[in-house]
Design a protein around this ligand. Structure first.
Ligand code: UDP
Length: 239
């Protein structure tokens, strides 16, 4: 599929039109931001890791009954995906306390929950993505009740599939963020990415952080952590 004009450039990805209005090409960058864009940097090789890992996980989810936007990997950094209208909600699922959950509720990181939590943030840069509940999302017409119910069900299914998958490769899936989109025929499918940028991964034995927290918190070894996750998913030869 041919890459046409650039439609959008975000913090970590560019999106290009194709000759088919139902498909776009996503191109992953090495640029990294954190804390609402206040911290900026480059994580060498991140674009390729996120592209390949996200595509692999999206295919795994599709095979297990979760509809996703994935169509075809074009290269290390570029992928064809279904064109969708993104539902302006960040859907966060947590299995273990960390990050903003620990801060907001005043608890340490690492508390294992009996069952996962689901929360939404309203995707709005001007408002700094505030926490929102489903009633407020409905009032603002960000999604319908049916869409919200289906998003929650899909998010929990993604969690149970990925949690098991990562445990098998020695990784605890602490929490992650998903985004969903509407296709031209009105279906809601999983979109965006699933990567060390959007998930917290802790080594199952040592609890070592293998994700973007190494960048956010200046822990060092950022590139190594992304590479390590790549190796766990694809094996040491990266094939
Ligand atoms: N997350 C994300 N994008 C965001 C906010 C959060 O991908 O804009 C991911 C983050 O990597 C983590 C999970 O969502 O895996 C929960 O993040 P949290 O709410 O704890 O926020 P943070 O501490 O990252 O600010």
């Amino acid at each position: 599929m041919k890459k046409c004009e650039q439609l959008y450039e975000g913090k970590a990805k560019k999106v290009f039109a194709t000759e088919d209005k139902d498909y776009v090409i996503v191109s992953y960058k090495d640029d990294a931001t954190a804390f609402d864009g206040l911290k900026k940097g480059v994580i060498e090789g991140k674009g390729a890791v996120n592209n390949r890992m996200s595509n692999y996980l999206m295919q795994y989810l599709s095979q297990n009954g979760v509809p996703t936007h994935f169509v075809e990997e074009l290269s290390e950094r570029e992928t064809v995906v279904r064109r969708v209208e993104i539902v302006p909600l960040e859907v966060i699922v947590r299995n273990i306390s960390a990050g903003s959950f620990s801060k907001r509720y005043g608890v340490e990181e690492g508390i294992v929950f009996d069952s996962p939590t689901v929360e939404f943030s309203y995707k709005n840069d001007d408002l700094h993505d505030p926490l929102i509940n489903s009633y407020q999302a409905l009032a603002l017409k960000l999604a319908t009740r049916e869409e919200i119910d289906s998003i929650i069900a899909m998010a929990l299914k993604v969690n149970s599939l990925l949690k098991d998958y990562f445990l098998k490769i020695g990784v605890k899936l602490v929490d992650f963020k998903l985004e969903f989109g509407r296709t031209s025929d009105g279906a809601v499918i999983l979109a965006d990415e699933i990567s060390p940028d959007t998930c917290r991964f802790w080594d199952a034995e040592t609890n070592m952080k293998l994700d973007k927290d190494r960048f956010r918190r200046d822990l060092g070894g950022v590139e190594d952590a992304y590479r390590e996750m790549m190796n766990r998913v694809f094996g040491d030869n990266n094939g």
